[in-house]
Write a new protein. Structure first.
Length: 150
């Protein structure tokens, strides 16, 4: 069960930008395997193609995901639940496993303006550098941003 503190004050507002962070179950380094990271990216892109979201940036780290998007339809909770569920099913099928892929719940932050969007996108892109997975922004294969870094 997700922490009630994570849900306090949460609301969905179409047309607004959110950053969602979600963590793997037991902080497994599940996405250190490229095929698993690619699967997660596939389902974030599917959300865009279905018109639910418009992704601004993401990074798939070994044990968590940061995803920045504009909510286009549905609710924030439905978008996150659907994307996590689809990715979990696909990853379990790919790996011949069963069970939880994700910790329950997620952390979300509403982005107020474009200046905040760009700062958050830069934070997301720099996450692999801070973690020692890359030496420069743009080098990590599982990070993407709509805007060029700089």
């Amino acid at each position: 069960m997700a922490s009630p503190a994570l849900q306090r004050g949460r609301f969905s507002c179409q047309g607004h930008c959110y950053v969602v962070t979600t963590v793997t179950a037991r902080r497994q380094r599940l996405f250190a395997v490229a095929a698993n990271a690619d699967e997660m990216i596939r389902w974030m892109q599917a959300s865009d193609h279905e018109g639910r979201t418009r992704s601004m940036a993401w990074v798939v780290m070994p044990d968590h995901v940061h995803w920045m998007f504009t909510l286009r339809s549905s609710t924030l909770a439905t978008i996150v639940r659907t994307t996590k569920s689809r990715a979990a099913k696909a990853i379990n099928q790919r790996n011949g496993t069963q069970g939880a892929i994700w910790q329950p719940g997620y952390y979300d932050q509403l982005q107020r303006d474009e200046r905040q969007w760009l700062a958050e996108a830069n934070y997301i892109l720099a996450n692999p550098v801070r973690a020692g997975l890359a030496t420069a922004v743009g080098e990590y294969p599982f990070a993407w941003c709509r805007w060029p870094s700089g």
